[in-house]
Design a protein around this ligand. Structure first.
Ligand code: ADP
Length: 825
């Protein structure tokens, strides 16, 4: 109990002058107890009530007969039970002594009473239970204090009441004035609790706080909190209203626009985008699951509203669904003869490949969709016509054609798309391709399947497997679409430059068709029959206006391009056509050259159009040299010849390798050195040679990485040449792995390698005996022009590749005469 609130007996005993009044009763009282619910009647309040039968009724009935005083306590609904059932809970600490102003029994058994709260009382004990409670209580009166702080507090509370009233607006002015007139803090606290800011709990708290200043502080806190809430609520309401006003405004404007449009006759009643979308779904030819997904999304769109942030995402999604080719298509029966005609029209040579394609088409024709046809995979260097064969197949079948390059794809999502939860999500490349052709049975070329990589973003190969597997691709799942898309009618064709990098699960699902590089003659044929007419037409030239002689084409092949395919050749021919087209087009311009009837481009004219030659044709070396041997490499772009140079210099037996050699090639160089050391005697090399020399091996074009074991015999030949001083025949190229004992082992890519040698003007080609079986696969022209010599040992290589020594040296065990080579036709 604070020093400002005392039972009057204490105050009286002290005799301090702050006692409110002398005639207050300070005695303990024995009052009938009235239990009220959540309606708290504070001192100074008068309230009418209707009281049903019960203990409180009886308590009041008795009080009415006695001195009209009752003690009120306030108990929450659920907690009332104990009092009703004659088991009083522990009584609350504080109650309010009230006077019954009226007690009138009504016909329905209830009583109408008017109660006036007088002052607080602390409850001591229950002294009677039946027929109503009677309690022993002690009145408590406020003893008021003065002071600046109290005054400031009272002012604050009054000000808050004003603000509250401002916000609520409906409080009668008299009530406000009444509050302003209150001068005692406890009284003010009691009165403001009656306001709407206070709930039952707050009121009880104020009631239980006997110290008047403390009580006012509590009331002040509640008011402040409620005021803050009120302001916040008002702000939210205002914001909401603004948003609503804005959208209502838009709605009205749109409505007006619609009316105006209708008046102008521009309205086709399809204005509502939701209706429009529904109509499109109804018209869409697609399986049911697609339509129901689309309708589901439209429903979401309608719920969220066209202006919601989600709307854009949903509309884009619907746009995809509505524009994908879901419908099955009818195709005319495949005519094999027609297909053959188309393939021949588009491509020169490639007989085996065309044959294989026709077989593939024949099976498809007979088995129809029953047989899930295998996926064709064309493997070969760039520019040999892999993609354009795909295009021809599409033409032969009368189907659409799409091509997607998978080179450098490392992310599964590029193939399968991103989930819609990502910002800017899109379907993967496969579905994108399908949308672009608007057909669900196109010929789909997946280029560069050997260049698909794997990293932390998932494995694109597994997605690709699903695309290509005829068992699974009828329900291909794209992350963005979320619903399966049927790819089973698509004819997939894969292309790759090399077979080895293709992951084996993928390779197993495909039928590999290798397409090798072209010989000069073939390139000539392709240029004459296909590339020149095609480019001439592309550039708007008539047949008679431009003629390119065979000599010129050959010069392009030999000195302007060095490639397995014909891609660069085509580019150079295009340049020629462009230059001539420019001349023809400037006909009649002032100062222009006189336009010729026909432009004939012959060998000698090529440099005037294309500039100086880029490659020198013919053998790399002008003379047979010591320490340089010619090997051949096989790369993803075809074959190429490469020289290997060896230079021994005075030193202490070191080995230096340069020219970006890979590990395997370095090891073969070391093996070659060991082999030569072991044969030093036989080869007539001084036994101290290796201790006294450092050996530098270099493979020119140092910027190009080189690797693989197949340069073994070339390295060894160059080494022996350098050490014995015997020259290497510059018209001989070789390939083969060599063991430490000098055995020659097989290699890969024979076709590309012999083609490269042939291109470079090589006459004799040494190859491992193991590869002799592949000779039949080589182009006719290569077999005619090259002397192919299969060997099993290093001795045989040396016998062919090295010239007899010119100076007189101790006789070598190697036969100095070149034996008749084994020529295989
Ligand atoms: P790849 O896909 O193998 O890299 P492309 O299919 O792009 O090669 O071919 C490059 C160009 O060469 C195309 O214009 C193609 O028509 C042409 N071409 C390639 N081989 C032949 C051929 N045998 N007959 C006619 N044109 C060919």
């Amino acid at each position: 109990m604070s020093n400002a609130t005392r039972h009057l007996d204490d105050a009286a005993a002290r005799g301090d002058g702050s006692m409110p009044s002398d005639d207050l009763d300070t005695e303990e009282r024995f009052l009938p107890l009235v239990v009220l619910g959540e309606m708290v009647i504070m001192p100074h309040m008068t309230i009418p009530l209707q009281v049903p039968q019960g203990k409180s009724y009886r308590a009041m009935e008795r009080a009415w007969d006695e001195d009209h005083e009752v003690l009120l306590i306030f108990v929450r609904e659920g907690e009332l039970e104990g009092y009703k059932s004659n088991q009083p809970q522990q009584l609350p600490f504080t109650g309010v002594i009230a006077r019954l102003e009226e007690f009138a029994k009504l016909p329905d058994g209830t009583a109408r009473v008017i109660l006036e709260g007088l002052h607080r009382a602390t409850i001591k004990s229950a002294i009677q239970i039946q027929p109503f409670y009677r309690v022993n209580c002690l009145p408590v009166y406020d003893i008021d204090e003065d002071g600046m702080e109290i005054q400031a507090l009272m002012d604050t509370v009054k000000q808050q009441v004003d603000e509250f009233v401002d916000h609520l607006g409906e409080v009668p002015q008299e009530a406000v004035q009444f509050v302003h007139r209150i001068e005692r803090p406890g009284h003010l606290a009691d009165i403001v609790t009656w306001g709407p800011a206070f709930d039952f709990k707050d009121r009880l708290e104020v009631l239980n706080t006997l110290d008047p200043v403390d009580r006012l502080r509590k009331a002040n806190m509640v008011l402040a909190r409620q005021l803050e809430l009120l302001k916040l609520r008002a702000k939210i309401q205002q914001d909401t209203k603004e948003v609503l006003d804005q959208s209502q405004r838009e709605y009205f404007l749109r409505e007006q626009m619609r009316v105006i449009r209708r008046e102008l006759g521009e309205d086709d009643d399809s204005d509502d985008p939701i209706d429009e979308l529904r109509r499109k779904v109804a018209e869409l030819v697609a399986p049911d699951y697609v339509k129901s997904q689309a309708l589901h999304e439209i429903k979401r769109l309608a719920q969220q509203g066209m202006n919601s942030p989600e709307a854009g995402v949903i509309r884009t999604y619907l746009d995809w669904i509505l524009n994908l080719p879901w419908a099955e298509e009818e195709h005319a029966e495949i005519s094999i003869a027609e297909a053959q005609k188309v393939l021949n029209e588009d491509h020169f040579g490639l007989e085996r490949v065309k044959e294989r394609i026709l077989e593939f088409l024949a099976v498809r024709k007979l088995a129809g969709n029953k047989m899930r046809s295998p996926i064709l995979c064309f493997v070969g260097p760039p520019g040999v016509g892999k993609t354009s064969l795909g295009r021809s197949i599409a033409r032969a079948l009368g189907r659409q054609f799409i091509r997607t390059s998978l080179g450098g794809v490392r992310d599964e999502a590029e193939i399968r798309g991103h989930r819609r939860t990502y910002i800017g999500a899109m379907p993967g490349r496969v579905v994108q391709g399908m949308k672009s052709v608007k057909s669900n049975s196109p010929v789909y070329v997946l280029d560069e399947v050997d260049k698909v990589g794997t990293d932390f973003r998932g494995d694109p190969t597994s997605a690709l497997l699903e695309v290509l597997d005829p068992e699974q691709n009828n329900t291909f799942s794209d992350h963005y679409l979320e619903i399966p898309f049927d790819l089973s009618r698509v004819i997939f064709i894969a292309t790759a430059n090399q077979l080895d990098p293709i992951p084996s699960p993928l390779r197993d699902r495909m039928e590999i068709i290798e397409i090798g590089g072209y010989t000069e003659d073939e390139k000539l044929g392709i240029a004459r029959g296909f590339l020149v007419p095609k480019q001439r037409e592309f550039h708007g030239l008539k047949t008679g206006q431009l003629e390119i002689t065979d000599g010129a084409v050959l010069k392009l092949v030999r000195e302007y391009t060095r490639e397995a395919g014909v891609r660069n050749l085509e580019r150079e021919l295009a340049t020629l056509c462009r230059k001539v087209a420019r001349k023809v087009a400037s006909d009649g311009d002032p100062g222009a050259e006189v336009v010729l009837e026909t432009y004939v481009i012959d060998t000698a004219d090529v440099p005037t159009y294309l500039g100086p030659e880029r490659f020198s044709f013919g053998l790399a070396e002008e003379h047979d040299e010591v320490g340089v041997a010619t090997g051949v490499a096989w790369t993803s772009t075809g074959g190429d010849i490469l020289s290997i140079e060896v230079l021994p210099v005075k030193g202490k037996g070191g080995l230096l390798l340069t020219g970006q050699l890979g590990d395997v090639m370095k090891e073969s160089a070391q093996a070659a050195v060991s082999y030569v050391r072991s044969k030093a005697d036989q080869l007539g090399i001084d036994s101290n040679y290796f201790e006294e020399h450092n050996i530098h091996i270099h493979v020119p074009e140092g910027a190009v990485p080189k690797d693989g074991p197949s340069a073994g015999i070339t390295l060894t030949t160059a080494l022996i040449s350098a050490m014995t001083g015997r020259t290497v025949r510059r018209d001989v190229a070789m390939t083969g792995e060599v063991t430490l004992r000098g055995k020659v082992l097989g290699i890969g890519g024979l076709k590309e390698k012999t083609l490269a040698a042939h291109r470079a003007g090589i006459r004799t080609f040494i190859l491992p005996k193991e590869n002799a079986k592949d000779i039949v696969e080589l182009p006719e022209k290569v077999r005619q022009d090259l002397t192919l010599i299969p060997v099993t040992s290093m001795d045989e290589v040396l016998r062919v590749a090295l010239n007899p020594i010119a100076v007189v040296v101790p006789p070598l065990p190697i036969t100095p005469v070149v034996p008749p080579p084994v020529v295989v036709h």
